[in-house]
Design a protein around this ligand. Structure first.
Ligand SMILES: C[S@@+](CC[C@H](N)C(=O)[O-])C[C@H]1O[C@@H](n2cnc3c(N)ncnc32)[C@H](O)[C@@H]1O
Length: 201
């Protein structure tokens, strides 16, 4: 008989016990506690959303008047009535804009992204892929955020990190970097939170 899956780290064990689909939820909880990102009634876009723990947490905090749209290469199971999901490659601009238009949204209030490339194990390649994904997330955020709206991005630290944050500072008025407690000990990931998109002329 196959053995039941028993998570072997404390965050995964906690997620299993509390009914979350992934340990990543504790990273979003920490980001939300620090930056007060998710409030009832917002329109939220979650990119790289599978299996869906950020959607679970966001859906609860948004309440019945908020909506969250989750995009991922992988399908996501039904989570709650205020959650819509689509199977989409974030590099497919037309698919992303269609998904947002189908929500009847012109703007979003918050962009969350925990997107991560398939890792090759080669440090520089993985970091470069992470930066490329996040350039796309930043462009989507710039296009759809309004006012003081924020975008959260997971980025691997490495040789291109400073150049990327420098680019972001030309696109957004505010930028913060946070290392999450629930990130694995040897991980080089950090979360970059930008807001106040600068209008492109
Ligand atoms: C760490 S997981 C996200 C976990 C999620 N925040 C949660 O709480 O369940 C990263 C996700 O990014 C997605 N991803 C990677 N490249 C993508 C792309 N080009 N377009 C859309 N999603 C992508 C992966 O399929 C994966 O599901």
């Amino acid at each position: 008989m196959p053995k039941p899956y028993i998570p072997n780290d404390k965050w995964s064990q906690r997620a299993a016990k509390e009914g979350y689909l992934a340990r990543s939820v504790y990273k979003l909880m920490e980001l939300d506690a620090r930056y007060e990102l998710i409030r009832p009634g917002l329109r939220v876009l979650d990119i790289g959303a599978a299996p869906g723990s950020w959607l679970q947490y966001t859906s609860d905090k948004l309440g019945p008047n908020g909506r969250v749209l989750g995009l991922d290469l992988k399908p996501i199971k039904d989570i709650a009535p205020n959650v819509t999901t689509k199977v989409i490659d974030v590099f497919d601009d037309a698919a992303v804009s269609n998904a947002i238009a189908e929500m009847s949204w012109k703007h979003v209030d918050l962009v969350l992204s925990d997107i991560a490339p398939n890792t090759s194990g080669i440090k520089d390649v993985d970091q470069w892929r992470s930066i490329e994904l996040n350039r796309k997330i930043a462009a989507i955020a710039q296009k759809y955020l309004r006012g003081h709206g924020a975008v959260v991005m997971k980025v691997f630290r490495g040789k291109d990190f400073d150049a990327f944050t420098h680019e972001l500072k030309t696109q957004f008025g505010r930028l913060k970097v946070m290392s999450a407690l629930a990130s694995r000990d040897r991980s080089r990931e950090v979360y970059v939170v930008c807001s106040d998109a600068i209008a492109v002329s």
